[in-house]
Design a protein around this ligand. Structure first.
Ligand code: HEM
Length: 399
């Protein structure tokens, strides 16, 4: 089996990864490659195989099934005992505890609050001509919403995002930085849990503490790890969905005009953004618990498998003209939120935030334009996440 080009953290790659994705799919359904941290993985490139693998229980998320020792993030048990590192039955038990907080109905009830936060953020920049929409809207909206839901004080949220960014896009010149960030995150979560134990509030961390202390339904490490996962997952990809969504409309002004004229189109637009520029290019790494044949290739037990969601989303055997941005009335069968037992818990929340952020921006500033040519935009230097560092625009006044 020939090796494919290694996966890269180069931000220039993220500016236009699609020719590479087409090459990967053409070169075979499953290829050996390495991640930027040097882990050898089997990369799955085509839609049907990716979807089947997401639902295949022989692909475990539990690192103890890794034969060669998987690198990845080095997290202490207080952060690591989370849903994305475990299989049933622990996964089923813990997921059940929090799934009620994120149902479509609960998220509908949150819409007025999401709208109010969006309005406040856009009010703050309404009189500016040139605005970075990542800093003004895409970052603070999801961070505020998930911070409020969990009960993380406003003053701690930006620092937390800084630490997780260090983990996703480590600075090669500062090797100790990731360990320091992990220490600070553990410290913050321990402080939050202690504070809420002493003084419970109407928030999700207090509810988790009650499930732990009064009902004994999860261990202390599972509880802090769950809070950590929901906080991080709750903003990271949503930040980039909002950013990528706005950028895509700026690059397709006919769709910006269409959403302005018919606000209901924002829902199919957001679905197509999820397919077209997936904020999460890969599913969480998985480990084969036995020899597993994928696309005709046998992956030995204990090896690491990486499922490329973004590559699958441009598979021409499934999506007609996948390089065209074409929101449609038909159901969009993208895999941006995963599939199967680990299907994203926050999908309704992410959709609501992106629809409200993009819809409100277009309504208030229908003539918004990019302040920089697309080639000059800076992308996050990470293979794990596809998103912008900045999105400078010229805002128009409401028409
Ligand atoms: C655009 C935004 C988002 C995207 C693209 C996204 C994507 C994903 C994907 C692909 C998975 C499955 C991972 C896998 O099976 O390998 C996942 C799981 C998860 N997501 Fe999201 N997510 C988003 C927003 C959110 C939000 C807002 C939350 C807040 C609660 C959230 C919480 C979670 C959790 C807790 C899991 C783990 C579920 C489990 O293991 O059972 N996500 N997400």
């Amino acid at each position: 089996m020939t090796r494919m080009e290694a996966l890269t953290d180069d931000p220039a790659f993220m500016a236009d990864p699609y020719p590479a994705y087409a090459r990967w799919r053409r070169s075979g359904p499953v290829r050996r490659t390495t991640t930027p941290d040097g882990t050898a993985v089997w990369l799955v490139t085509r839609y049907a195989d990716v979807r089947a693998a997401l639902g295949d229980p022989r692909l475990s998320l539990d690192r103890t099934n890794s034969r060669g020792g998987y690198g990845g993030f080095r997290l202490p048990p207080a952060l690591d005992r989370n849903l994305l590192n475990m299989d049933a039955p622990d996964h089923t038990r813990i997921r059940r505890l929090v799934s009620r907080a994120f149902t479509a109905r609960r998220v509908e009830e949150m819409r007025p609050r999401i709208q109010a936060v969006t309005n406040r953020l856009l009010d703050a920049v309404a009189s500016c001509d040139r605005v970075d929409l990542m800093a003004a809207l895409a970052v603070p909206l999801p961070l505020t919403v998930i911070g409020e839901l969990l009960g993380v004080p406003a003053g701690d949220r930006e620092a937390f995002r800084g630490w997780t960014t260090t983990l996703i896009a480590p600075d090669p010149g500062r090797p100790g930085q990731a360990g320091e960030a992990v220490g600070r995150m553990s410290g913050l979560l321990a402080r939050l849990v202690a504070d809420k134990r002493a003084e419970p509030a109407d928030d999700l961390i207090s509810a988790m503490i009650a499930a732990r202390d009064e009902e004994d339904r999860l261990t202390e490490e599972e509880m802090t790890s769950l809070a950590f996962l929901i906080l991080w997952a709750g903003y990271e990809a949503t930040v980039h969905l909002v950013g990528n969504g706005i950028l895509t409309l700026l690059r397709h002004p006919e769709w910006l005009a269409a959403v302005r004229d018919d606000p209901a189109l924002v829902a199919p637009v957001v679905e197509e953004v999820l397919r077209f520029v997936s904020p999460t290019p890969y599913a969480i790494r998985r480990f084969t618990v036995e020899d597993v044949t994928i696309g005709g290739v046998t992956v030995p037990a204990g090896d690491t498998v990486l499922l490329s969601l973004a590559c699958a989303h441009h598979d021409e055997t499934v999506f007609l003209g996948p390089e065209n941005f074409a929101p449609g009335p038909r159901e969009n069968s993208h895999l941006a939120f995963g599939y199967g037992a680990h299907y994203c818990l926050g999908a309704p929340l992410a959709r609501a935030e992106a629809q409200i952020a993009i819809g409100t921006l277009v309504r208030r500033h229908p003539g918004v334009t990019a302040a920089l040519p697309v080639e000059e935009l800076r992308w996050q230097p990470s293979y794990r996440s596809h998103g912008l560092l900045e999105l400078p625009v010229i805002l128009s006044k409401a028409g």
